[in-house]
Design a protein around this ligand. Structure first.
Ligand code: SF4
Length: 734
């Protein structure tokens, strides 16, 4: 049954289970923001944490008996402020997804045929433990790798650290935020954080470079963005596409894709050359200004104009506007930064350097500096010493902060520097999350053991030897989650409803495997609740308050200089390093350099991809509540270009990339809101897994078209916007 927007809103307002809701009355108490329940009903509110994206907002799950009625924002949690994005509110749709994994499964037939038989937990866990034991004896424990996403992975990291491996690869590093984190670490000695510690609400000038807030729906960041818009902040959006953020901006700069670093260098050129930087701040905190000035001298706005396709006067004028608002002037660091490979760390370094020149790091309207909250660990024996991860060969990507997921894949294929024979895949659909799919499939076929722990049968589950059905974030405890935000603290994920069928919490699965592997000393707790209670006790956090409120906040501390923060810089030199000795010593350019992107072959368009507000990539596309509301599976193409190709808005096409890889048929969106040299699509559609009965066959999958990457030699990120597609008219498939 299709859901209209009005009907969905009405559902999320509490009529999802109308009959049940009739008996239930959730109200707000007058004295506190905490919702209360009418006495005499069996309704209750469980305060927990959303896991639909990494923002980890506080949620209030409204429950009657065992039934989850609706989810609202926890008003006590600083990362939600009582509000949620549509995906968080629609978490009910995941809880009751009829396609959930509900029984352990073991493969029958060839790997990858997506054919399984249901088995007992005992059989599944016994099989996995035996195989892990075999691999440990034959190759050593380091021959097992974990690919992971999400907070629940901590149980499996603990299990596999105790087992003896350090091969933990999260695609969220080398396929997403890695270049940015490395660049900020090199410059400020600290990363921008996750969630990013941006004081957008107080910014007088905000620059977004390919970072489309509003479509990229990070709850409090979007709330802050709305505040900045309402305050009349000077918003400058740099994007080949007229994004939602661009529609709120004073200036949209439709840049030629791949030339962002040229623009950034020209902005630095103007700000340094015209001495518009924050002089007092730079004198106090920054080192390397002279070298920077020398390096950017050639990069005039006129030079950048030829590269970017932007007007030189606009480049100069925006540089002056950005500098004029300092220090409440913020160049957003973005999040997904693996675009062009060799250019990526340099581009993110240029963003970091601009912020240094503005003095926004540590100032109101810039980057605030949270104090965090210290949480004690649960006492367990030290982990055995593990071999260094197998993701890199000697000398490769020296500044990587985390193991490279694609490097672990390579080690699985070629056995260098040592073999990887077992994969644990937790909460990430590697088929869509990793580029160069053929390599992923090759690696999977080389394994002795492949285990998938997940809540839904995405494509990756079809390749597993064993599929272990996990309770969703609405049905389980996870480890404590520290909040590093304007107000720091600790938050609790706790079950609000029972898991379906035989699905089990991750902590239970990890512990059961640990016991079977003889690792009981690492699991001296009987269940997650006793583990969490002990951690709270050791950390001085009141358990009952945490359970009741979902969050316990630390005492308020200043997070910006204006409020009394004593700003310290975390680099070894204690200075913000706009010229990086570390990079120079390792043979890399110490000041950002620009590399012109490859031109598209004739008749091809650069493939760009991004997000939609109603979805977190492939994680939500099977959620009926969200899917009926927002498809976002059309390919954007410039209207004039589409007309020249004889394609009307809504026409069906296949995308074919430079290597001949073809997408499923997909409709075009012919629009003036995108340049003519690129096309754009939302990542996460085009599922083929037969178990995703709702998402299967909807839209096209951008990731299968990413058959090429360019690797960032500084930190090993895979630049993925280096693929080109052409469009071929197609019939709509039934
Ligand atoms: S931003 Fe949305 S999806 Fe992400 S954690 Fe918050 S409510 Fe959940």
């Amino acid at each position: 049954m299709a859901l209209s927007r009005r009907r969905f809103l009405s559902l999320s307002a509490g009529t999802l289970a109308a009959a049940a809701a009739a008996k239930l009355a959730f109200t707000r108490s007058a004295s506190a923001a905490r919702p209360t329940i009418d006495p005499g009903t069996d309704g209750r509110i469980v305060s927990s944490i959303c896991e639909v994206c990494f923002w980890k907002c506080g949620i209030d799950a409204h429950v009657q008996g065992d039934r989850l009625i609706k989810i609202t924002g926890n008003p006590r949690h600083p990362l939600s402020n009582g509000r949620l994005c549509p995906r968080g509110a629609a978490g009910v749709g995941l809880g009751y997804d009829p396609d959930r994994l509900v029984k352990p499964l073991m493969r029958v037939g060839a790997r990858g045929r997506d054919e399984f038989r249901p088995v007992s937990w005992d059989e599944a866990l016994g099989f996995v433990a035996n195989k892990l034991d075999e691999i440990r004896k034959k190759y050593g424990p380091e021959a097992v790798a974990l690919f992971n996403h999400g907070a629940g992975a901590s149980w499996f990291k603990h299990l596999l650290s105790a087992y003896g491996t350090a091969n933990f690869g999260a695609p969220s590093f080398a396929q997403c935020r890695g270049p940015r984190d490395v660049a900020f670490d090199l410059t400020f000695g600290a990363e921008p954080g996750s969630p990013e510690v941006l004081d957008i609400g107080s910014s007088d000038c905000l620059v977004l470079i390919g970072s489309h807030l509003g479509e990229n729906m990070h709850n409090t960041q979007v709330q802050d963005f709305a505040e900045a818009v309402a305050r009349g902040a000077d918003i400058i959006v740099v994007d080949p596409r007229f994004s939602t953020a661009a529609s709120k901006a004073k200036t949209w700069m439709p840049i030629r894709p791949g030339t962002d670093t040229a623009l950034l260098l020209a902005w630095i050129h103007v700000i340094v050359g015209e001495q518009r930087y924050n002089r007092a701040y730079v004198e106090k905190y920054v080192s390397g200004l002279e070298e920077l000035a020398k390096a950017v001298a050639p990069y005039s706005p006129e030079w950048a104009s030829a590269e970017t396709g932007l007007d030189a006067t606009l480049i100069r004028g925006t540089a002056r506007r950005i500098a004029g608002a300092a220090p409440a002037s913020l160049v957003h660091p973005g999040r997904h930064a693996t675009w062009y490979g060799p250019d990526d760390t340099h581009r993110s370094r240029a963003i970091a350097i601009l912020n240094a020149l503005l003095g926004s790091w540590g100032h109101r309207g810039g980057f605030f500096r949270p104090s965090g909250m210290k949480l004690a660990k649960f006492p367990t024996p030290p982990y055995p010493k593990a071999r260094p991860p197998a993701d890199r060969l000697e000398g490769e990507a020296p500044f990587a902060l985390e193991p490279l997921a694609q490097g672990l894949r390579r080690a699985t294929i070629d056995g260098k520097p040592y073999p990887i024979k077992g994969w644990f895949v937790y909460g990430t659909n590697l088929i869509q999350a990793l580029p160069q799919r053929a390599e992923t499939l090759k690696a999977i076929q080389a394994l002795d053991l492949m285990v998938v722990v997940d809540v839904l049968p995405a494509e990756i589950a079809g390749y597993a030897d064993v599929v272990l059905p996990e309770a969703s974030y609405l049905e389980r405890y996870d480890d404590l989650v520290g909040i590093s935000w304007r107000r720091s603290g600790v938050a609790l994920r706790q079950p609000a409803m029972p898991p379906p069928g035989e699905a089990k919490a991750g902590w239970w699965i990890a512990r059961e495997l640990g016991l079977r592997l003889g690792l009981e000393s690492f699991f001296p707790w009987k269940d997650a609740e006793s583990y969490l209670r002990e951690r709270c006790k050791l950390s001085g956090v009141d358990w009952d308050t945490l359970v009741r409120d979902g969050v316990v906040l630390a005492p308020e501390k200043p997070t910006v200089v204006e409020d009394g923060l004593a700003l310290s810089i975390g680099t070894e030199s204690g200075k913000i390093e706009v010229y990086s000795e570390k990079l120079a010593k390792a043979g890399f350019a110490p000041v950002p350099v620009y590399e012109r992107p490859d031109a598209a072959p004739p008749g091809y368009f650069r493939l760009l991809y991004g997000r939609a507000p109603g979805h977190t990539f492939g994680r939500t596309t099977n959620n009926r509540l969200l899917g009926e509301l927002s498809h976002h599976d059309r390919v954007w193409i410039n209207a004039k270009v589409a007309a020249d190709l004889g394609l009307a808005d809504g026409a069906w096409v296949r995308l074919i990339n430079q290597d001949g890889v073809q997408s499923a048929p997909v409709q075009i969106r012919a629009t003036e809101r995108i340049r003519g040299d690129c096309v754009y699509m939302v990542h996460g559609w085009g599922h083929t897994a037969k178990g995703l009965r709702y998402a299967k066959g909807r839209g096209a999958d951008d990731s299968e078209l990413v058959s090429r990457v360019k690797v960032d030699p500084v930190m090993g990120g895979t630049g993925m916007r280096v693929n080109f597609v052409t469009l071929q008219p197609a019939a709509r498939e039934a």
